[in-house]
Design a protein around this ligand. Structure first.
Ligand SMILES: CC(C)(COP(=O)(O)OP(=O)(O)OC[C@H]1O[C@@H](n2cnc3c(N)ncnc32)[C@H](O)[C@@H]1OP(=O)(O)O)[C@@H](O)C(=O)NCCC(=O)NCCS
Ligand SMILES: CC(=O)OP(=O)(O)O
Length: 323
């Protein structure tokens, strides 16, 4: 991890990139915010009651020097934030509803990003993925040309590094969704200096099984190749055919991927989420993410099982996405 991470860290250090951490009372968040500010890597903004946060941080031995704290209950620019939210939600929220919604730390933090008071957001240490990302889907929205946000993990073990997608958002992706996830994952891979070799995963290799599920992936391969012919991408593959050269030789001779894939697109969220956790917990891979891709501005979700190191690293990655 160290080389991979150090190069991302170098890109953002000293650039005064502001990252909102809405879960200001969480110990892991406090520890990470204190470290980020001390090292001048990013400028953290905590959300919550200043007195309560400082008291808790003090008890834990964190000075929080250089850490901004914003409280939605006393935020002086709340009227402008409410107006901006009502305008963005176009008929989906009244002013009264907006005032209530923006007291929620994730909505408040996301609006800070949307109104350029911050460059990115990291949350989810104490919230489910749905509660963390819903404000971003509604407010930040996807960038032009992207219809679905998705979430990848960078899986790292020693010198090995892989991209796993989508492990976080789209429960039942269509062929078009999978093609888009592959194309966006290639860009995310490059952010981590990984030259993407993309395998579209299935329980079938090159037609060895036939079912609506395998055909969905085969169709995704076709769409992705049409939309991004420059990518090194193929499928549908079982994991061994994508990852083991000798198996590739027998199951997928002639493919551009010969057991050397490093970017894996799973056929469903069940497969992706289970797959990354198995690699993390049985394979001892470090799982960085989920890094959300396809949004207009960077917002990232943590696993609730995260530690302060994960918060620290994901904040830095979020800052790199803001560059
Ligand atoms: C992501 C998720 C929360 C969205 O569900 P939801 O809030 O019910 O979504 P809705 O269908 O009500 O849509 C809410 C908004 O988000 C948008 N949206 C939903 N999914 C989206 C996606 N994948 N990409 C971009 N926008 C999306 C909708 O267009 C809608 O926007 P609008 O209100 O401006 O019209 C849901 O798909 C989910 O729970 N996914 C699994 C998350 C999870 O548990 N992962 C495992 C742990 S990491
Ligand atoms: C990414 C993920 O699985 O998050 P959580 O463990 O919080 O559900």
């Amino acid at each position: 991890m160290s080389n991979l991470f150090e190069s991302v860290k170098q890109k953002v250090t000293g650039k005064n990139i502001k990252i909102v951490l809405p879960e200001g009372m969480d110990e892991r968040i406090l520890e990470a915010a204190d470290r980020l500010a001390k090292e001048n890597v990013v400028n953290p903004i905590l959300v919550g009651n200043e007195t309560a946060i400082k008291e808790k941080a003090g008890q834990l031995g964190f000075a929080l020097e250089g850490v901004e704290i914003l409280d939605p209950n006393t935020y002086t620019e709340m009227d402008a934030l409410v107006a901006s939210f009502v305008e963005r939600r176009k008929g989906k929220a009244t002013e009264e509803q907006a005032r209530k919604i923006l007291l929620d730390e994730n909505y408040f933090g996301t609006m800070l990003v949307y109104t350029n008071k911050a460059d990115g957001l990291v949350s989810g240490a104490a919230h489910s993925t749905a509660d963390t990302v819903r404000p971003a889907l509604q407010i930040i929205k996807t960038k032009p040309g992207v219809s679905k946000t998705s979430g990848v993990f960078i899986m790292v073990r020693g010198e090995e590094k892989y991209v796993f997608a989508d492990c976080a958002i789209n429960i039942a992706p269509t062929s078009q969704d999978l093609a888009e996830i592959a194309i966006e994952s290639a860009k995310t891979a490059q952010l981590f200096d990984i030259e993407p070799k993309i395998a579209m995963l299935s329980f079938s290799t090159k037609g060895s099984a036939k079912s609506p599920e395998t055909e969905k992936v085969a169709e995704a391969v076709k769409i992705a190749k049409e939309q991004a012919p420059e990518l090194t991408l193929d499928g549908e593959f079982q994991f061994d055919a994508a990852f083991v050269p000798s198996v590739a030789k027998s199951k997928a001779p002639g493919s551009v991927i010969q057991g050397d894939a490093n970017t894996f697109v799973f056929p469903s969220l069940e497969a992706g989420n289970i797959g990354y956790k198995i690699a993390q917990r049985l394979g001892n891979f470090e799982a960085i993410g989920p890094v959300l891709q396809g949004l207009n501005m960077p917002v990232n979700d943590l696993s609730r099982g995260c530690n302060s190191e994960d918060v620290y690293k994901l904040s830095i990655i979020t800052a790199a996405q803001a560059l």
